[in-house]
Write a protein that binds this ligand. Sequence first.
Ligand code: NAP
Ligand code: GCO
Length: 262
Amino acid sequence: MSLSLFDLKGKNALITGATHGLGMSMACGLANAGAQIVINDISKEKLDNAIAEYKTLGIDAKGYVFDVTDEAAVQANVALIEQEVGAIDILVNNAGIIKRIPVLEMEVADWELVLKIDLTGPFIMSKHVGKHMVNRKSGKIINICSMMSEVGRETVSAYAAAKGGLKMLTKNLATEWAKFNIQVNGIGPGYFATSQTAPIRVDGHPFNDFILSRTPANRWGNPEDLQGAVIFLSSKASDFVSGHVLYVDGGILATLGKAANE
Ligand code: NAP
Ligand code: GCO
């Protein structure tokens, strides 16, 4: 089996929300596999800082500032990227937020914001990047799902609804665009050490202890743990894989867990 199956030289990859966290790690992985990286963020300051950080890593990332929920901005920036950088071969819908609020206390506005960014954003991005992929009859789309695409937990109802919907959007786009040789898959990270989970990861926080005991690998994920999965789903190696959500979770979804002091 040739490693060239995983070679992304000559490919352009757009990763949303990639100024830090999981997005940045996946972008670095794709760059190291040979892709030209195009990153997005909603903050120009964070984007400029990130471009400089990628440079220190030897990666010539191109940056575009836009809100993934703003369809006009998405359409304009996708056209600009296709013109200035080239065909977008790989789209990673990574941008997302979470709000940890019990349903009885959650305002509808909070609910709608999470759904808008975590589900409508990937829909808008896929629609406008996908139309170019359809014309070229080639493309890879990877949606960053979650454990919450499969299981629930208290206080994250909006996020779980969005990520569950994102899993089904992945399957539907895979169905609709297979005839155009576009593979659409998801990656479902388990619990990873990023700014998004910082509030529930501090030493001594009950959730931190819970996740360590609930995860067979007995550790939080490192963002680098996602690089193999995103390279695989962006490369020729996955040309017959579509509608699949690849969980990178240290085994947590495989197990009921164990007794406290087992
Ligand atoms: P993060 O540190 O909060 O990063 C999220 C990124 O998305 C940030 O760069 C943020 O930009 C950007 N963003 C937010 N709203 C946006 C919008 N409307 N338009 C464009 N960019 C926007 O999160 P993370 O932990 O790296 O997670 C990345 C993705 O993985 C998310 O979809 C998350 O749901 C998912 N995930 C995370 C974990 C985990 O354990 N960390 C596990 C499973 C899935 P700003 O910083 O400028 O706001
Ligand atoms: C939470 C966490 C999770 C992770 C991730 C798990 O509060 O439960 O933030 O939602 O972010 O989605 O896969």
